[in-house]
Design a protein around this ligand. Structure first.
Ligand code: CUA
Length: 440
């Protein structure tokens, strides 16, 4: 009651001030709305492959719907609260030096009940669609045709195909193929620290936790190359722990699996000692301490490969004891070192010359230091790696982000740039890392 009386007394004294207050409020509102209008198209037009607001799956469209519901509720709350603050500050501000202080009041039951109930209703309005969407998406895991296991490593991803039977022995790293329009169950594991598996255009984030298997699934509507990244800080090169999901038509997927099972092809054999497809060039002896290549069971000395001792990474099942990424069909990958470098002879040269200069803290850098491999050895390895693709060529990637696909297999087997010191990029130069953010 006292408030109302006071307002009345102000109004009677200050007619012109009231008008200017209203004008200022209107001007402020206009500025806010214009800023909103200016920002919205920018948000809507973002076709960033790392952005979750350019969805390419039903799961993500459901998440986007939820995002929009929450966005508009939040906008209404924001404008309501800010509007009330601005209105109050303008209307009840001190206008003259000699104006008396307003009466100090304490508590208002009606208001307090109101501003407890309104936020509770807002939370309920957010909670119900959120939980419904979570269950809806989770239920779809059971519709999966394929099952794969993904292991978060420091700092790359190992992928084991588990089901059905015909893909069960396929192991790859950082880039993996799925058939388009087919649901793939993903079981997330870690034996080191917590990572987070995030493919913004296909699915929500899911943590990758040591000692606990988290399950999610993806289904791409459109063929394409989908970018993923680790979304949980996990050490030195967390920012360089990217991956890609290649969604391809079933026949191209089958071609990829067939290529994996076939392992090293005839052109690989031509570079191996005595033309033996099960062997590799002598310069790769050190590589096979940690890496595996499908179809290459023997090291250059003809001894079967021993699995590295249990421990550092991957748990204790024999498949998990591999320390480094599986190199099968490496020429079909678009990037190296978990998405830092484009897969070109030049980048391979940089990487093999000094992996520690490219990716800080990586395990390979403890074995391969600057000068461990000489130029001839590096070029021999690159030539061999370029042959690691299916006999009939890499699977064809079309659709979403297909314009960004660049593979070693597409570089015509040319290693001239890398072998010529005059044109080879400076291996110590790390300036390229940011440039390749969207290219690789
Ligand atoms: Cu793995 Cu961050």
């Amino acid at each position: 009651m006292t408030g109302r009386k006071r307002r009345g007394s102000l109004r009677s004294k200050s007619g012109p001030t009231r008008t200017s207050t209203r004008n200022r409020c209107v001007a402020l509102m206009v500025v806010m709305v214009m800023a909103g209008i200016a920002l919205l198209p920018k948000l809507a037009a973002a076709a960033d492959p790392y952005s979750s607001i350019s969805p390419e799956s039903q799961d993500n469209r459901d998440i986007i719907l939820l995002y929009k519901i929450i966005f508009w509720i939040a906008l209404v709350v924001f404008i309501g609260v800010q509007g009330a603050i601005v209105f109050t500050v303008m209307k009840y501000r001190q206008r003259r030096e000699d104006e008396p202080r307003p009466e100090q009041i304490h508590g208002n039951q009606r208001l307090e009940v109101l501003w407890t109930i309104i936020p509770a209703l807002v939370l309920v309005a957010i909670f119900i669609p959120t939980v419904r969407t979570m269950f809806q998406i989770n239920d779809r895991n059971d519709d999966s045709t394929y099952t794969i296991e993904v292991y978060g490593k420091q700092w790359w991803w190992e992928v084991h195909y588990k089901q059905p039977e015909n893909v069960a022995n396929v192991i790859t790293a950082n880039e993996f193929y799925i058939p388009v329009n087919t649901r793939v169950r993903i079981e997330l594991n870690s034996t080191n620290v917590i990572h987070s598996f995030y493919v913004p255009q296909l699915a929500g984030k899911m943590d990758v936790i040591p000692g606990h298997t988290n399950v999610m699934s993806v289904k791409a509507d459109e063929p394409g190359m989908y970018y993923g990244e680790c979304a949980e800080y996990c050490g030195d090169s967390h920012a360089y722990m990217r991956f890609k999901i290649m969604a391809v038509p079933q026949d191209q997927f089958d071609l990829w699996v067939q290529g994996w099972n076939q392992g090293a092809n005839s052109s690989a054999a031509a570079l191996a000692p005595n033309g033996d497809v099960e062997s590799v060039p002598a310069s790769m002896a050190l590589c096979l301490g940690c890496h595996r290549i499908g179809g290459v069971p023997n090291n250059p000395a003809g001894q079967p490969l021993q699995n590295p001792p249990t421990g550092l990474e991957g748990g204790d099942s024999p498949q998990n004891m591999i320390l480094g990424p599986n190199l099968s069909m490496l020429a079909c990958r678009t990037s190296l070192a978990a998405g830092i470098l484009p897969n070109t002879p030049e980048s391979l040269h940089k990487w093999l010359y000094n992996p520690g200069g490219v990716k800080q803290g990586n395990f390979m850098a403890t074995m391969i230091k600057k000068g461990t491999l000489n130029d001839d050895q590096i070029n021999q390895i690159i030539s061999y790696l370029e042959t690691l693709k299916p006999e009939g060529g890499c699977p064809v990637i079309t659709g979403v982000n297909a314009d960004k696909v660049q593979r070693l297999a597409d570089t015509d087997g040319s290693t001239t740039a890398a072998s010529d010191p005059g044109t080879a990029a400076d291996p110590d130069d790390t300036g390229y890392i940011n440039e390749t953010r969207y290219k690789s």
